[in-house]
Ligand binder design. Structure first.
Ligand SMILES: Cc1cc2nc3c(=O)[nH]c(=O)nc-3n(C[C@H](O)[C@H](O)[C@H](O)COP(=O)(O)O)c2cc1C
Length: 364
């Protein structure tokens, strides 16, 4: 039986354990998406803490796909100095780093996107102020090409892998979901059609990075919204990706409109409330041959170990590593008490104004 701190492999990439830092927006980039020294230092601390794979904060592939301020960009060739410095810093600590590629679609506003947001259909998304514009087929092709160009750049900068953001209500999720995709062309209607954009992005990115480079996806296993994507439909997407050659699926669920079933849930107090996407991840695992990870609410070593014992290939953490970047090392060295994170989401608050995310409880 595989164990949490055992080495693992993903399409040629060796990882020192099965713990992953799930993608986490840090708010530590310049307004043009350029990584700062602060971000590089932040990643050094994370890598030193012992996590096997760090997935970067979501990184926009084109300017109109930008959402929160301080977000990283992979849309241009201007960051040729900073990006390799970032990847090298992680490698020096024995870590591995994967870049998360995203287009926010309708989940942004014209202030951050520089134009009226673009989405599969002109459907306003809860929590976001503006009605998006429906994408033309030409614009869809441009975005697919932007994902591929971003992936190519990431590989050339020394990232060990790339991950598509196919969850949390962003553009790929918007195409998958009948709630946000009301198109009547080949990108809408049946689940097969709603998967088309995702598979076009997958194939373009795969072609850009080649067959021997780890390509992951953070995939929604359902929107938890009336009229939204259901778990059984998400399984169709997972199986199609698996057949196409994806290396790993990190299973998440929900969108910012899903209330208490959001991707970033609060009130995780008991072991039963932990690992809130585990059953969905196991559902995916049973149907695919690629590696499968779970994310969401993992707080204690026993729950993390049980997920691996149940057959998952890795577990991913976001908020616990904001308070304790050295949590993997702490657990491995025998202090097995649960993560200190109280899942309050206060880490979002400091944002760009205060130099990026941090745990406001630890600092209180
Ligand atoms: C401050 C913050 C920023 C986040 N940014 C991203 C992101 O850029 N991409 C992403 O896929 N998920 C993002 N998430 C969601 C996490 O990756 C993760 O799915 C979620 O927090 C649940 O895991 P946890 O309970 O270990 O925090 C973010 C979460 C937090 C708290």
């Amino acid at each position: 039986m595989a164990a949490l701190f055992e080495q693992s492999f993903l399409n040629g990439m060796t990882l020192r354990n099965r713990l992953v830092r799930s993608a986490t927006w840090e708010g530590m980039c310049e307004s043009d998406g350029r990584p700062t020294q602060r971000l590089i230092d932040y990643y050094r601390t994370l890598a030193k803490g012992g996590v096997g794979l760090i997935i970067s904060g979501y990184t926009f592939v084109s300017l109109e796909g930008k959402q929160l301020p301080g977000k990283m960009g992979i849309h241009c060739d201007d960051f040729e100095r900073e990006m390799p410095a970032l990847t090298q810093t992680v490698h020096e600590q024995g870590g591995r780093i994967c870049l998360q590629l995203v287009h926010a679609g309708g989940q942004t506003d014209s202030k951050n996107a520089g134009r009226q947001p673009l989405a599969p259909s002109a459907v306003k998304v809860d929590q976001f102020p503006e009605l998006p514009q429906e994408l033309t087929q030409e614009q869809i092709a441009d975005i697919v090409a932007a994902f591929a160009a971003g992936a190519r750049r990431a590989k050339s900068y020394g990232f060990d892998a790339v991950q598509l953001h196919g969850a949390h209500g962003y553009l790929i999720n918007q195409f998958l979901s009948p709630h946000t995709n009301r198109r009547s062309d080949q990108y809408g209607g049946s689940m097969g059609n709603r998967c088309r954009f995702l598979l076009e992005v997958y194939r373009a990115v795969r072609q850009a990075v080649g067959p021997d480079y780890p390509l992951l996806i953070k995939l929604t296993a359902g929107d938890h919204l009336a009229g939204g994507l259901r778990a059984e439909d998400a399984l169709i997407a997972a199986k199609a990706l698996d057949a196409a050659g994806i290396d790993a699926i990190e299973v998440s669920s929900g969108t910012s409109a899903s209330g208490r079933l959001s991707p970033v849930r609060t009130k995780i107090e008991t072991p039963e409330q932990e690992a809130y996407n585990l059953a969905l991840a196991m559902g995916v695992k049973r149907e695919v041959g690629c590696k499968v990870l779970t994310v969401g609410g993992l707080r204690s070593l026993e729950v993390a170990q049980a997920a691996i014992a149940a057959g998952l290939d890795g577990i991913a953490l976001s908020r616990p590593l904001i308070w304790e970047p050295d949590l993997p090392r702490r657990w491995q060295q025998g202090d097995t008490s649960k993560a200190k994170c109280i899942s309050c989401n206060g880490c979002f608050r400091p944002g760009l104004k205060e130099g990026g995310i941090r745990c406001v409880v630890a600092d209180a």
